[in-house]
Write a protein that binds this ligand. Structure first.
Ligand code: SF4
Ligand code: SF4
Length: 394
């Protein structure tokens, strides 16, 4: 007996749809009616998030090669729309922008008056968010919304965020989301999630907002139909197979070393190694350039600068990203409490992988691998932690 699937207008949260490329195009266009839509695109030699008008701008046919201090793109006719993995941008670039005016003040008749800053008019929709970056979103939510202080700008942008997540079909050598329990399958929290198949996408509905969008698409003739049970199972198998292959990866001659991180007892391990000579050794290579903290999707440090115009009657208060790799980050009266590169690298790694657990009840690392790829000298925190783990405390 053949059972006709119910119309997509009757699909619910958790259900899967078969989306042809024309359906993804329609999805982007429909989102753009009331969102700023961004998605991955090839620009400046990398896959970065840019404003997205349609599927023609997606990096179809491009693959990335990543290793310590190395990122290269090459074309591959077998690569789909989303077979690249993460580039230097993440959701952090939009929800917690690198530079933002948080307040301004005007002096009128000798009185200072604060001007309020409304959030951007258009809510944001991001296409192509990977599992590690959805995990980073959950971590940043704890920082900006759940730690006793609510950041109003982050909150305003986060509440209206629409995410179209993507389940990865391949991993870079620098990816270790499987070690951090952050991927490669996207966890619930997305609005829609895509798994790319041969010439179409399996699309899972994840939220009321995702469901409402699908309802709108249902009225158009975009070839969107319900997935069969077999299609759903095959789509789920993509992440299962990728995770198994990531666990089984072995170094190969001439190929970048696949990364993993042993997280067993990592908090206590790092706290016990505060005086280990490895920190001084890595400091001989580290440039204190701050790249690792800037590309990290969870790093949240910021600093505030107030700038007055020449009249002295108008002041802008600007918040900008800061980094624990700078001397100023730990400056107190009398000087910096972390004056050496070794102490700053140690601060970053022990906060990310140990102190964060005390502060936020989760690791600060999702295994996205960006800090490895974008470190100009290829310093690799998986390698550094392994070195600390496999040597005795001094
Ligand atoms: S510490 Fe490195 S691997 Fe971990 S989330 Fe940050 S950038 Fe990604
Ligand atoms: S670890 Fe690498 S990216 Fe980070 S500050 Fe040092 S040199 Fe720069």
């Amino acid at each position: 007996m053949v059972v006709s699937p119910s119309p997509i207008s009757e699909r619910n949260i958790g259900d899967w749809l078969r989306l042809p490329p024309a359906g993804l195009q329609l999805l982007i266009e429909t989102l753009a009616e009331n969102h700023r839509v961004v998605g991955p695109q090839v620009a400046d030699g990398a896959v970065v998030y840019r404003d997205l008008r349609g599927i023609a701008e997606l990096p179809v046919g491009w693959l990335d090669e990543q290793d310590g201090g190395r990122y290269r793109l090459h074309q591959d006719p077998t690569a789909g729309f989303f077979d690249h993995v993460v580039g230097p941008h993440s959701l952090k670039n939009f929800l917690f922008p690198a530079r933002e005016t948080v307040a301004s003040f005007v002096r009128t008749d000798g009185e200072w008056v604060q001007q309020t800053h409304a959030p951007e008019d258009r809510p944001l929709a991001v296409i192509g968010v990977r599992a590690c970056d959805m995990a980073a979103l959950r971590i940043q939510d704890k920082v900006f919304l759940g730690s006793g202080h609510v950041d109003p700008g982050y909150q305003a942008r986060r509440q209206r965020l629409f995410t179209v997540a993507v389940n990865c079909r391949r991993a870079a050598a620098t990816c270790f989301c499987h070690s951090m329990a952050c991927g490669p399958a996207v966890e619930p929290g997305f609005d829609l999630a895509l798994t790319e198949r041969d010439g179409w996408f399996a699309c899972q509905i994840g939220s009321p907002a995702g469901h409402a969008l699908i309802q709108r698409l249902a009225t158009a003739d975009a070839g969107i139909v319900s997935c069969t049970v077999e299609e759903v199972d095959a789509a789920k198998q993509v992440s299962i197979d990728l995770e198994a292959s990531m666990h089984a990866r072995q170094p190969e001659a001439g190929a970048p070393r696949p990364r993993s991180l042993d997280t067993h007892g990592i908090r206590d391990l790092l706290y016990a190694q505060m005086e280990h000579p490895r920190w001084e050794e890595v400091a001989t290579r580290c440039l204190s350039c701050t790249n690792c903290t800037l590309v990290c999707p969870t790093c949240f440090c910021s600093s505030v600068t107030e700038v007055a115009d020449l009249s002295g009657d108008h002041v802008e208060r600007e918040r900008h990203w800061a980094s624990c790799f700078t001397l100023d980050h730990a400056r107190m009266h009398g000087g910096s409490v972390r004056s050496s590169t070794a102490s700053r690298y140690r601060q970053w790694v022990t906060h990310k992988l140990a102190g964060w657990i005390d502060q936020f009840d989760s690791s600060g690392c999702t295994g996205c691998g960006r800090c490895i790829t974008w470190c100009p000298v290829g310093i690799d925190l998986t390698e550094e932690v392994a070195a600390l783990r496999h040597s005795d405390p001094p």
